[in-house]
Structures are given as structure tokens and as C-alpha cells.
Design a binder for this molecule. Structure first.
Ligand SMILES: [Zn+2]
Length: 323
């Protein structure tokens, strides 16, 4: 098939993201958010074209005592919400009204192919969950990363985008985004320097053990969270979070134990557009996906949930404690 007309050119280097926000958005939180993206992308590459929309919605209760100290200028492009919406539609080349999801508490990435753009929109309140302004942006940025490294011409031409052959199963998409963002933030405490919340071992271990507990209790396996159809089935059972997010991140704990560093873990991404996800997986983690599913089941069975106290060094996730 002639794939010449298929536009699959995303940038994997040197794209400066463009940041938008609602007029009156708290500048402090714009800076926290942007600094998190800058810190991460300096190391792993600036993918794009990528646009951020931090949208202020009604009903936020500003906490004036918290984190109002003077800060660098955020340099976001500020517009009213209705003008932001127009700008959004212009960028993704869509004319429909309401193409921006303005529901409160959302954070997500979407992409368009004509033109090639990725957009991350955020409507969460910084006053409710400040940590989401540090870890959250990296989670969404990981989806941009997965997108850029999933759009090989081959993948599009052979119509395999909807399949797990190129981009990876759902548990991998959400699991790696969740896992990499929280580990990276744990390894870089400087990201929390300006806010009062901490992401130390106590917090990180609690988070990991909550995921393990969720996954164990679901009595299903990540194989049941691979395809688009799986996602819908799990949604009916209210188990998307348990299998795809929690199971997926625990799977990544097991996988990083095999390859031993975040550096090695991240090396899978550039391989995917060349050889597909399955082969890239085998090359990165030293085993075929089927063998991994078997070993992972044993890993989970042996892992003990520790919620009251942080996991010890010898425990299932303890090797992550050393920064
Ligand atoms: Zn996600």
C-alpha cells in the first residue's frame, strides 16, 4: 500500500511545547506544571508538536495560604475559555463546538493527524491535588511520547494502530505512563522544592502498594486489559483502574527489575516504530511477552502488600527506594 499520503511526522527532538491557560490562572501553578515538563523533556527529548491547555473552571476554591510566593513569569498564552476553545479547534483543525473537554478534574492527551498535533488539556484544581501538577504532566507527556514513537509509517499503512502490535497493549500504555512519571518524580525531589507536598519513599511506597493491592484484589490479569475491547469490558465492571492502571504499573515494576534502570527502560520507545512493540519488548526486557505474562503472575503472587509501613528494601518494590 502506498503510504505517501499518510502524514506521520511527529518530532522527537527540539519541539518547544506551547502553553495556554485561562486568563487569571494561578501563575504559580503554571510554573510548577511547566517546570515538571521541562525537567523531564530535557532528559528524554522534546516531542511534538505539543500544546498544553490549563483550563480554569468554575468552582475552584483557592487556598490563599498555600504556595503564593513570587515566582518566575510563566509566559503562558492567556485567553478567555471561549477563545481558548477557538484556539484549540484551530490547532487540531476541527470546527465542532465543544471539542475541548471542559469537565472538571480531567487531565488527558489527545492527538490529531491532519495536521499532526498533540494536545494535553488539564482542568484539575491545583488546590485539591497539588501533586497532580508535578506527576500528572509527566504522565500525560508519556502519552505524547508513546504516540510519537508509535506512529511509524508501517504502523499506519498496515492499519495496525488500533492493535497492540505497534503501540503496545492498554496496560502498557497506562502502566508505563503511571510508572515512569511516579518513579521519575521520586528520583528528582527537586521537582517538589516549591510546594509543600512531598513524594518521598513513604508516599511513593504507599502509592505502589495501593496499586499492588488494587490489582491483587481484582482477581484478573493484565492480559485482560490489552485491547480497546478489553478496556470497554473492564469499564462495564468498573475495573479499568485496577487492571490497566494499577496492574500496568506493577508490571512495569517487574520490567524495570529486569532491565535495571529507567534509562534502559526508556530505550524501548525508539525501537517500537522500527520493529513493533512485541519485538521491542523482547529486546528491552529479555523475554517474549508470553513468557513475561507467566513470570509476572508469580511475581504478583509473591509480592506482599505493605500499606501501614513503607516497603522494606528486600520487598517486591524495595529496590526502587535507592534513588
Ligand atoms: Zn494516562
Amino acid at each position: 500500500m502506498d503510504s505517501q499520503n499518510v502524514p506521520v511526522k511527529f518530532n522527537i527532538n527540539d519541539f518547544e511545547p506551547i502553553y495556554y491557560s485561562t486568563t487569571g490562572y494561578p501563575e504559580f501553578w503554571e510554573c510548577v506544571y511547566r517546570d515538571s515538563i521541562e525537567h523531564f523533556s530535557k532528559i528524554w527529548g522534546k516531542v511534538g508538536p505539543l500544546y498544553f491547555f490549563l483550563i480554569k473552571i468554575n468552582g475552584w476554591e483557592p487556598n490563599l495560604n498555600s504556595q503564593q510566593k513570587p515566582f518566575a513569569e510563566s509566559k503562558f498564552i492567556r485567553k478567555s475559555n471561549s477563545n481558548l476553545e477557538k484556539e484549540y479547534c484551530r490547532i487540531v483543525n476541527r470546527s465542532e463546538k465543544n471539542c475541548v473537554n471542559r469537565e472538571g478534574g480531567n487531565h488527558g492527551m489527545s492527538w490529531s493527524l491532519n495536521p499532526n498535533t498533540m494536545v494535553i488539556t488539564m482542568t484539575m484544581s491545583p488546590y485539591q491535588d497539588p501533586i497532580q501538577f508535578v506527576i500528572g504532566p509527566i504522565h500525560e507527556y508519556m502519552h505524547a511520547y508513546q504516540t510519537v514513537y508509535g506512529y511509524s509509517e508501517k504502523a499506519v499503512a498496515s492499519n495496525q494502530m488500533g492493535q497492540s502490535l505497534w503501540r503496545g497493549p492498554s496496560w502498557w500504555m497506562e502502566g508505563s505512563a503511571t510508572f515512569v512519571s511516579s518513579l521519575y518524580c521520586y528520583q528528582n525531589p527537586v521537582l517538589f522544592e516549591d510546594i509543600t507536598d512531598r513524594w518521598d519513599w513513604e508516599a511513593y511506597s504507599r502509592d505502589l502498594n495501593t496499586h499492588l493491592n488494587n490489582y491483587k484484589k481484582s482477581r484478573k490479569t493484565i492480559q485482560q486489559g490489552a485491547t480497546y475491547d478489553d478496556w470497554n469490558l473492564l469499564e462495564n465492571e468498573n475495573l479499568v483502574h485496577e487492571i490497566i492502571y494499577s496492574g500496568g504499573s506493577i508490571a512495569c515494576v517487574f520490567l524495570i527489575q529486569q532491565c535495571r534502570s529507567l534509562q534502559k527502560f526508556m530505550e524501548i520507545f525508539p525501537l517500537i516504530p522500527e520493529i513493533g512493540w512485541g519485538e521491542a519488548f523482547k529486546k528491552s526486557f529479555g523475554m517474549p511477552v508470553e513468557a513475561f505474562y507467566m513470570k509476572f503472575q508469580k511475581f504478583v503472587a509473591n509480592a506482599k502488600v505493605s500499606k501501614e509501613t513503607p516497603s522494606e528494601k528486600e520487598s517486591w518494590c524495595g529496590f526502587l527506594k535507592e534513588r
